[in-house]
Design a protein around this ligand. Sequence first.
Ligand SMILES: [Zn+2]
Length: 342
Amino acid sequence: MLSYPFPDIPAPGATLEVAPGVQWLRMPLPFALNHINLWLLEDGDGWCIVDTGYGVAATHELWERLFAGPMQGRPVTRIIVTHYHPDHIGCAGWLQAATGAPVHITEAEFLTAWAVREGLGGWGRASGNTHFASHGLDATRLEAQATRGNSYRTGVPTLPATTVRIFAGDTLVIGKREWRIRTVFGHAPEHATLYSPELGVLISGDQILPRITTNVGVWGAHPEDDPLMQFMTSVRSFGDLPADTLVLPSHDRPFTGLHARLDELLAHHAARLADVESACAAPRTAADILPVLFKRELDDHQLMFAMAEAIAHLNHLWHAGRLRRSRGGDNVLRFARPGTAD
Ligand SMILES: [Zn+2]
């Protein structure tokens, strides 16, 4: 059973204390997922910011209100970014310039932010479209993707010029409290989470969310990857935390019931893998199995994530030997249960 100990949600430009020295705030997002949770940790005379919001003027204005209001004009000591997605890193460059505070982030997240922003290292639209074409996405839907441009830059107009690297196993002393860095995989390349043993608080980023499931996708830079295996291994890795841990997720509300949520996430993916496996009684592409995983209509933006997620399920079953993979004369990859005919 999950429980949500805070009935109220902080209003725009306001904060709400969720543990001693830990403030919760919310920033709007221009997507179906309409908000992100960010965190302020008291750090001596100032504040450590955890995650930064989508990098647009509306978020900057809210930060200005927070500086003058709840943050009481106290300095920002450091900025910690959990991962490279635009709602997390979007304002990091702006905040660094505005406050002079250093940005702490793992190296893979920082370099991936640059690669996605610049369309390099397999992260460009062309690589993505080659990848999706090889998984059966039709020409019309591919063309719609090709005309979308680089949406990442909209939410990440600048990036920090320099950073402080953080590593799995690091202990950061923030204020008087120790926060341990644990890195997790599957959703992002080297996603950082923070755990305070003294407070019993886990800042889980996008890795552990209470009600929606985290996107786990295979992208053009790493077409053979098995991020679902990485994700499930990372989910299990939180099993050592106390049962009464207060989890601070990037979306929805703070909750307790971590172990129940870990079990739900593992069961959810096991069920979806079984659905995909049984849909592959005859050879199927990732595009073919979209309706198995997604019952709703998908717009062009959602389609990209849906394709990446469908490939993640197929790749996992293929790596586990539960499906075989073949490339047809049309250069498209198809997956089928072992023993089925092409
Ligand atoms: Zn994310």
